[in-house]
Ligand binder design. Structure first.
Ligand code: URA
Length: 285
């Protein structure tokens, strides 16, 4: 008899299989499991059907939605100079140092975004991470929970992290702006420039070996200049003594899954720099 998966497991499995397939990884094998073989095989077919269904939905959505990365990047004023690189914080003190920055932000009213905020989304993860991701700004789910990348784009980011052989708790994640822009619009330069000094301080505390900018907004405010993503992807940028890699924002990848292969190529650069190997299919990290 076919083994029934609960809907959350099934959805997560579909997402994971689709993600690997979008990366161009199409050969899957199953590790021997304790369940009887017949039941184990029986779950594969419905998953394949669900993947096909989800892909059809995605391609219908593709025809109607506009792409985040196609929109012009807003800054039209000169960028403020990035703050000086701060002194290194000993590993044992980094979590406390991040908390000090959070405390200093307090109930922030430094820019207009605070008026629509439920929760300020400071950052999440390991204060001693070797890998850090920077996104644009919180969406509705993040604003409700006070944590970065917990919505659909976050699920995709989690899959990207897992594909790199890491757990989400092993990386650090933050955004350019800490409060949700209304309607998830791109942050205005005024907002991003007001908030980004806190991001630079977070980066200097964590001091990851590799920093990944997710999308044009993160790349723009980290690098301090506007440039199309195409010219920034696919290579390492020296950045504050670290290595910065630019890739697509997961929300963009949800809208255009064809670009996941490109994003995976960028993540493989990050993996190479970190000396990481992709987990073997079927491993249960
Ligand atoms: N998009 C972002 O850029 N950041 C988040 O935290 C969530 C979605």
């Amino acid at each position: 008899m076919a083994r029934q998966l609960d809907s959350a497991t099934r959805d997560a499995l579909v997402e994971r299989v689709r993600f690997y397939r979008d990366l161009g990884l199409t050969e899957f094998y199953r590790r021997p499991v304790d369940l009887n073989a017949e039941a184990a095989v029986a779950v594969e077919e419905p998953v394949a059907a669900l993947v096909a269904e989800a892909e059809q939905d995605e391609s219908q959505r593709l025809q109607t939605e506009t792409f985040l990365e196609d929109q012009p990047i807003p800054p039209r004023k000169p960028f403020p100079a990035a703050p000086e690189v701060a002194a290194a914080v000993p590993a044992a003190d980094r979590a406390a140092a991040l908390q000090m920055i959070r405390d200093e932000m307090g109930d922030c009213t430094r820019c207009a975004l605070h008026t629509g905020r439920n929760k300020l989304v400071f950052g999440d993860g390991d204060a001693n991470a070797r890998l850090m991701f920077v996104g644009e700004g919180p969406g509705a789910d993040e604003d409700a929970q006070g944590l970065p990348f917990v919505g659909r784009a976050g699920q995709l980011l989690n899959n990207m992290i897992a594909a790199m052989g890491l757990k989400r708790e092993e990386v650090y994640i933050a955004n350019v702006v800490k409060c949700r822009p209304p309607g998830n619009r791109t942050p205005e330069p005024e907002e991003a420039n007001t908030c980004s000094p806190f991001l630079f301080r977070q980066i200097d505390v964590v001091r990851p070996q590799v920093l990944v900018a997710l999308g044009a907004t993160a790349a723009t405010y980290l690098l301090g200049h506007r440039q199309p993503l195409a010219g920034l992807r696919g290579r390492v940028h020296p950045f504050r003594g670290m290595q910065l890699i630019v890739t697509y924002h997961p929300a963009y990848l949800l809208r255009d899954p064809r670009q996941k292969k490109e994003a995976w190529a960028d993540l493989q650069i990050a993996m190479r720099e970190l000396g990481l190997q992709a987990p073997k299919a079927g491993s249960s990290r």
